[in-house]
Design a protein around this ligand. Structure first.
Ligand code: OGA
Ligand code: NI
Length: 333
């Protein structure tokens, strides 16, 4: 836990390992562009469907408002996430090492800390969510309300996630339940924390990447840090209070046979503010086969991606030293 950025950022300048090569550092952000905001409360379902589809094809990312998750629950969830990251390093270690099979753990920078070339300015708490009765016993008990609040929050996000996946399925022309069951029922909560950084121009919270998930539903609340890459430029994702940012992952690109796009995104750092972001992911199980949906493949539309289990996908995905992906390897030559 001594590696956690939050354990040492206060007494040191930026260590060498966090200084990124010039091409990976942050540039000036173009202003005035933004990703689509989809109002899930609109009565016209066709309208919602079209917006989601358009955003999924162009950016692989959109925000949703009027999603039905109460604002007081969002506030409570964000509070317990922040309180968790404010615990002492010792408490964080104790609270995240209850499961010998590591369904709940903490890490810093990336999952490839031992081999990565550069470091990133992020501490992460990761735990599984479903089935709740199996995993909740391993979740943090500090702050004391963590389990109670996060259980309700993740149940709500699961509903939002499947509702969005149903729209996407309809838009793609596959069975509306395509993602229910194996493809989306392994859910995880990743709570990222970014302490204030001495030099945001030299480092990043997370480098450019695509997520190894079906979709991610992010709560960024009111701090700006997330950027999406589109047409060779970075676009800042404007924080809208109580909105969720939905990002499509690599698995969605594979399942849709390239019709929808995995969002390429990164996180910049901030010299004054610490912030916390909660990403709820819908993932497959380890043995689930990931492949283009059968309904989308025929002689005129051959499969663009190889079939492989989620477990093997993750191994390939993590082969890269950092969080960067070896995504092109998954293409059929
Ligand atoms: C991620 C991610 C965004 C954020 O964890 O994959 O992109 O703002 N998180 O923390
Ligand atoms: Ni991501």
């Amino acid at each position: 836990m001594e590696h956690l950025v939050s354990s040492w950022y206060n007494d040191r300048s930026l260590p060498e390992s966090y200084t990124l090569p010039p091409e990976d550092r942050t540039g000036m952000l173009p202003l005035g562009k933004n990703i689509l905001v989809v109002d899930l409360g609109t009565h016209d379902q066709t309208d919602i469907l079209q917006h989601i589809l358009e955003a999924s094809q162009e950016f692989g990312m959109f925000q949703v408002i009027n999603h039905g998750v109460p604002s007081n629950l969002i506030n409570e969830a964000m509070s317990v996430f922040k309180e968790f990251h404010a615990l002492s390093a010792e408490d964080k270690a104790i609270e995240t090492s209850k499961d010998p099979s590591k369904s709940c753990y903490m890490y810093t920078s990336t999952q490839s800390y031992a081999t990565e070339k550069f470091r990133f300015w992020r501490d992460g708490l990761l735990h599984r969510c479903n089935p709740l009765e199996k995993y909740i016993q391993f979740w943090p008990e500090k702050p004391p309300k963590y389990r109670q609040v996060v259980a309700i929050y993740t149940a709500e996000l699961r509903k939002v996630g499947f509702r969005i996946l149903e729209f996407i399925s309809q838009g793609l022309g596959v069975n509306p339940d395509h993602f229910r069951g194996e493809l989306g029922e392994n859910q995880t909560m990743l709570v990222n924390h970014y302490p204030p950084c001495p030099d945001p121009s030299l480092t990043l919270g997370l480098c450019k990447h695509r997520d190894p998930v079906v979709i991610n539903i992010l709560l960024q609340k009111d701090v700006y840090g997330l950027e999406v890459f589109k047409d060779e430029e970075w676009i800042g994702v404007e924080p809208i209070p109580y909105a969720f940012v939905v990002t499509l992952g690599v698995l969605m690109q594979i399942i849709s046979n390239g019709k929808l796009k995995a969002a390429e995104h990164r996180v910049v750092t901030n010299s004054n503010l610490a912030w916390t972001i909660a990403a709820f992911a819908l993932d497959p199980f380890n043995e689930t086969l990931i492949e283009p949906a059968k309904a989308l493949v025929d002689t005129n539309n051959p499969a663009l991606y190889k079939s492989l289990s989620y477990k093997d996908f993750l191994i390939k995905y993590r082969v890269a030293a950092s969080y960067g992906t070896t995504f092109e390897e998954l293409l059929i030559d």
